[in-house]
Design a protein. Structure first.
Length: 214
């Protein structure tokens, strides 16, 4: 029996997904409408697969993924969303999700995806596959000037937005503190800012820091 937890703040979507999945005789499905209450649930019960909405009002799907993985290191987490996740893709992968699936997917696609992650297969939309080869992120200002951040710089920017110190960022990204400081200096120059508060604000305005991280 495969135990699945669906978490979605839209009860119609969540209940519908639960009924759809329960058509599989070896799927046992629970549904929760509150991401905040889910944190207490996972402390008492472990599931084979967690199917999480990305945008939820209390705790985002990304933040909830981290909470789940803190409790259950080997958990299989799928982000199930109706939003464009192109700009979130790298951050989703860094958060430890096992796959990403659109809410427009068919019943067969959803079931195949769940069975795939159970077999330790990562599942991502085909149109996002090319991002695995991405080495730079391009942003255009209104004036037409183009800025390029490397993947390492983008990862450091996200860690800064999470409130990490240079020492913490270095440890999490397996780098030296001096390397982080050097990359951060380059980010400041590229975004024309002089403080962490300014770089976070500019990063959000440019779409480098996803809304779900706010």
């Amino acid at each position: 029996m495969i135990n699945i937890l669906v978490v979605d703040d839209h009860s119609i979507v969540g209940e519908g997904t639960k009924r759809l999945l329960e058509s599989e005789t070896d799927f046992r499905v629970d549904f929760f409408g509150s991401s905040l209450e889910t944190i207490e649930l996972i402390k008492a019960k472990n599931y084979d697969v967690y199917l999480l909405d990305l945008h939820m009002p209390e705790i985002s799907g990304i933040a909830l993924t981290k909470e789940i993985l803190n409790v259950h290191r080997d958990a299989k987490v799928l982000i199930f969303t109706g939003h464009d996740i192109f700009c979130y893709f790298n951050y989703l992968i860094q958060s430890g999700v096992s796959g990403v699936l659109s809410k427009t997917s068919s019943k067969q696609q959803l079931i195949r995806t769940i069975r795939g992650v159970i077999d330790n297969q990562a599942v991502i939309p085909l149109e996002l596959l090319q991002q695995l080869r991405r080495t730079e992120n391009k942003i255009c200002f209104e004036g037409g000037n183009e800025i390029k951040l490397t993947q390492k710089e983008e990862a450091i920017l996200l860690k800064v937005a999470e409130g990490g110190t240079n020492e913490q960022i270095a440890e999490e990204l397996f780098s030296s503190k001096r390397s982080v400081e050097r990359h951060l200096t380059n980010i400041f120059k590229k975004l024309h800012v002089s403080s962490r508060a300014e770089v976070i604000a500019k990063g959000r305005n440019l779409g480098l820091i996803p809304d779900v991280l706010i």
